[in-house]
Design a protein around this ligand. Structure first.
Ligand code: NIG
Ligand code: FE
Length: 414
């Protein structure tokens, strides 16, 4: 099917010279075409331009024409950090936090990641697949067209493989573009409490060979944090991941700055994610590198922890990506428009910077910016049409409201 969307009030994030990411000052530049048209041929964007230069189409057969008068068109968001294969929810801990317990205190009394791991171990693969499928439908409704999904709520050989197989099935069944990350090193399971090295051996010697053999993951992740995995432990795990062909995308600096950023950069990390607590040395370690700093403001919002210092990172020339962190403990939401609103409201990113961060830069953090993350000829037609809105800044401004009207994934209306 060929689709023509005409009379678009503004076509947002267009690229004539495709780039893989934008950094520093470049992030303030968002290219758009007012009064535009966009053509889709099968799964791809075939062409676009201004209505002033439009001379009609040669072949009107098998063509659906959509009139977008008053509406805008965006490329779909790329959500480059989620944990959306999980079992059940943790609103009991939410209430505990309101009553004064910290995230750390809840984890220490058996809540947190270990609580989710217990639930997941008792849940069947088919049930997990169904729960995750409905979350994918949910996030596509707010404009997400590509998503990275981590394991990490299994914490045993069987349960980690179960999650990764669910993600593999989702890749086959879903119209969203999906990347899989192995996060066996999310927490030390209870039975290895006194044998940390035993668990690290399980990850490196037993899980990773099967994951490579069955092609179950694209990346490797470690929760590098006080009370979770030290920098040295992360290095051992990343070294083993590299030996099995997996690039790092890691959780660092969520609660403390302990040197994880520099170590991850040294291991060629594709992204370093969270970064709520940043020292100058962490910013310096990222300067001039290919590693994408990825910020998760919904997590800060939900846990009431500091927001990553996006403003000073961008002012220091760094690139920044935005993602949701959708998971049952720290961010039970995959709503990217809300992430973008928070980035503007709480992190002083401009609407242009936030839209760049949630499209082209988050596509980079999933290594898909050649095919996703902008409106460009030949890219996959993952786009959405908004309700009638006055300007693109209205999207972050009208926080909590869904202005996404129609989503196309691989050229198909959802
Ligand atoms: O990215 N910080 C580590 N992992 C998740 C939260 C895990 C949980 O509380 O279940 C995160 O925030
Ligand atoms: Fe996370």
């Amino acid at each position: 099917m060929n689709i023509l969307i005409k009379n678009i009030k503004e076509l947002v994030q267009v690229e004539t010279e495709p780039k893989l990411k934008v950094s520093g000052k470049e992030m303030a530049q968002l290219n758009t075409i007012k009064n535009a048209w966009l053509a889709i041929d099968g799964e791809k964007i075939s062409d676009f331009g201004s209505m002033d230069d439009w001379n009609g189409v040669e072949d009107w057969s098998d063509l659906e024409v959509i009139d977008a008068t008053g509406k805008m068109v965006f490329p779909c968001w790329c959500d480059s950090h989620t944990h959306l294969v999980f079992a059940g929810s943790r609103e009991g801990e939410f209430a505990d936090r309101i009553n004064g317990l910290s995230y750390e205190e809840i984890a220490n009394k058996g809540g947190g990641i270990l609580n989710s791991a217990k639930k997941l171990q008792e849940t069947s693969e088919i049930d997990l697949f169904q729960q995750a499928t409905s979350r994918l439908t949910e996030i596509s409704k707010t404009g997400t067209g590509a998503v990275e999904i981590k394991s990490g709520y299994g914490l045993s050989l069987d349960a980690e493989l179960k999650i990764l197989r669910v993600i593999k099935n989702l890749k086959e069944e879903s119209d969203l573009e999906i990347k899989a990350t192995f996060l066996g090193a999310h927490a030390i399971p209870e039975e290895y409490k006194d044998d940390r090295n035993g668990y690290i051996d399980l990850i490196t010697k037993e899980m990773l060979p099967i994951i490579e053999e069955e092609k179950l993951a694209d990346y490797i992740d470690v929760f590098c944090e006080k009370n979770y995995f030290s920098v040295g432990e992360m290095e051992i795990i990343l070294e083993a991941g590299a030996a099995h062909g997996l690039k790092p995308k890691v959780h660092v600096n969520q609660f403390t700055s302990i040197g994880g950023v520099k170590a991850a950069v040294n291991y060629g990390a594709l992204s370093v994610d969270h970064l709520e607590i940043m020292k100058d040395v962490d910013v310096k370690a990222l300067s001039g590198t290919e590693t994408m700093p990825t910020l998760l403001p919904s997590c800060s919002f939900f846990l009431s922890i500091p927001y990553a210092p996006a403003r000073s990172m961008i002012d220091n020339g760094l690139a920044v990506a935005l993602a949701s962190d959708y998971n049952p403990g720290s961010t039970p939401s995959g709503n990217m428009p809300f992430v973008i609103s928070l980035a503007c409201i709480k992190q002083r990113m401009t609407p242009e910077e936030a839209i760049n961060a949630a499209t082209i830069n988050s596509a980079y953090a999933m290594e898909i910016s050649e095919t996703h993350g902008s409106i460009a000829k030949g890219k996959i037609a993952n786009i959405f049409i908004t309700d009638p809105i006055p300007s693109y800044s209205y999207l972050p401004y009208s926080f909590g409201k869904n202005v996404v009207e129609t989503v196309f994934l691989k050229g198909k209306t959802q």
